[in-house]
Design a protein around this ligand. Structure first.
Ligand code: XMP
Length: 516
């Protein structure tokens, strides 16, 4: 695929992924590489431009990330952002110092050189977002000042050398017209083409997978969620029924989910799907277990065992399986190769796709270049149904981490009903897509109630709804009173076994989204 590419070198800023997303919004492909990447690797992308991200260090710190300053001499246009500006200044002979007045938050910038291509079409005064402790004191030879704040250097350039830099963050929304600046760099300076489109991606991916797999066979574990489904549909486009998808009922799915997912994937999308009813196997293993981590481990291990059994069966039927399809997304790829190391951000429980190495399967990860919203765009282009594409995240261990205490078939049935009421009322109120996750939790707490003339003694159900960008942090949603009222009265009236409903008003942190 000969796509225009912008390489972003990650110096550890919390905004690095945002730079990549902004550029992709212009339909230009961008990759994030650790700033320590070898020059050969960086150049292997044949970048139209290179962006040096912000970062938490000072160029003088002993642990400042050791990036290769030769990236500045490759004849490829460079844009430094925040730490990127200081990196450029420091390595090309200028001086950086700890700022007398640190700048965090909103700031005003005056454009000093309106002729600089980076500021084309921008006003003389910019509202920007700053976040830095160091500043450029002396510019390297050949550079001139392009913008400043009241206190400090805000932009520099050496157009001859093809290097531009700004002290503020054009990628964050608080920088008004930051997108214009990035566009000026990507299109005006780097002359990139807007050729990163869903159609292009689909076509290129289908061709690549077809070539990779040849006449081999692939398998894929489906959860019914967006990532694994889109990955499967793409690979199915490439190799048809030589892809077998496996969907396992682990006994802790939501109400009617086993049937719904089969209908969607097999009937609507034409996938070659093996649906395995393994409810008994899982529930038996979960008997008497109350510890959350142990539940997770049991479900993870049992899943691997079931999938392994299926893979052997499929191997016998097809004469051999060589490939495993996984719906890995770009943020996971970036995080596992980041300068900060993988452990800082990824939680082990998110790597549920982990399958035994003994299977010796080669991986196909058709989505490893995509962010979640891009996966949805691809899914739409593949004509996949909205209820797959817009589905809220659902954890691998399913309802087991929403039933506190022991997981039994009866308790699963109760929670399935309560969860179904929560989700359908949230949908009816038109809120489902605006909320990251909304669900019910079954508490092993019994309390006294009264229904008609009868005294009841039954379980409590907690309702949880959270807004989140990525599941790492979350805020509880102030659901409208009417919605809460309907959910509560429906649960108590329609479900025998639950007589009390409470609403969870805990953010993450300090809470987590799931209760276990
Ligand atoms: P927590 O509860 O850690 O959840 O705040 C953050 C996000 O991750 C999901 N989650 C999981 N997903 N396997 C998964 O695939 C798991 O074991 C798991 N635990 C939590 C959770 O639903 C939320 O979106």
């Amino acid at each position: 695929m000969n796509t225009s590419t912008i390489v972003i070198l990650d110096f550890g800023s919390q905004y690095t992924q945002l730079i990549a997303r902004r550029i992709r919004e212009f339909n230009v492909f961008s990759v994030v590489l650790p700033c320590t990447s070898k020059l050969d690797e960086i150049l292997s992308y044949r970048p139209k431009g290179i962006i040096l991200s912000g970062g938490p260090c000072s160029v003088y710190d002993a642990d400042a990330p050791p990036a290769d300053p030769k990236v500045l001499e490759q004849g490829v246009p460079v844009l430094g952002i925040c730490y990127g500006l200081q990196f450029i200044t420091h390595h090309l002979g200028g001086k950086v110092r700890s700022a007398e007045k640190r700048e965090y938050g909103h700031a005003e910038v005056s454009v000093v050189d309106a002729g600089t291509e980076l500021f084309a079409e921008l006003p003389a005064e910019l509202q920007v977002w700053m976040s830095h402790g160091d500043e450029a004191l002396e510019l390297p030879t050949g550079f001139h000042l392009t913008a400043k704040t009241a206190n400090a250097v805000a932009g520099i350039a050496d157009a001859q050398r093809g290097i531009w830099a700004v002290q503020f963050h054009p990628e964050v929304q608080h920088t008004k017209q930051g997108s214009v600046l990035l566009k000026n760099f990507v299109f005006g300076i780097c002359k990139a083409e807007a050729d990163w489109t869903p159609e292009h991606f689909i076509q290129a991916t289908v061709e690549r997978v077809r070539e990779q797999v040849g006449d081999g066979h692939a398998i894929c574990a489906l959860s019914g969620g967006v990532d694994s489904s889109v990955a499967a549909v793409l690979v199915h486009r490439a190799i048809g029924d030589r892809l077998t998808c496996v969907f396992v009922d682990n006994g802790v799915l939501r109400k009617n989910e086993f049937e719904k997912v089969q209908k969607n994937l097999r009937e609507n999308l034409g996938l070659n799907l093996v649906a395995v009813d393994a409810r008994e196997r899982f529930l038996k293993k979960l008997q008497g277990v109350t510890d959350p981590e142990q539940k997770r481990k049991i479900i993870g291990n049992e899943f691997i065992a079931v999938f392994d059994d299926e893979a052997h069966r499929i191997t016998q039927q097809t004469g051999g399986v060589d490939w495993l399809v996984q719906g890995t997304l770009y943020p996971d790829v970036i995080e596992s190769s980041s300068v900060n190391g993988p452990s800082q951000t990824i939680k082990s429980h998110h790597n549920v796709g982990g399958l035994p190495e003994t299977m010796k399967l080669k991986l196909i990860e058709p989505l490893r270049d995509l962010f979640k919203d891009e996966v949805r765009r691809i899914g739409r282009d593949l004509q996949m149904p909205e209820d797959i594409l817009e589905r809220q995240p659902f954890p691998g261990p399913g309802l087991a981490v929403r039933i506190l205490g022991e997981v039994t078939a009866d308790r699963v049935a109760l929670l399935q009903e309560a969860d179904d009421i929560v989700v359908s009322e949230i949908k009816a109120a038109g809120l489902y897509r605006r909320i990251w996750q909304s669900f019910a939790v079954l508490l092993p707490v019994k309390s006294v109630g009264v229904m008609g003339d009868q005294r009841t003694y039954a379980y409590t159900c907690a309702v949880r709804a959270v807004h989140s960008e990525d599941g790492m942090t979350a805020d509880w949603v102030p659901l409208p009173y009417e919605v809460l009222k309907t959910i509560s009265s429906r649960i108590v009236n329609e479900i025998h076994g639950i007589n009390r409903v409470v609403y969870d008003v805990t953010s993450k942190p300090p809470g987590t989204i799931e209760w276990e």
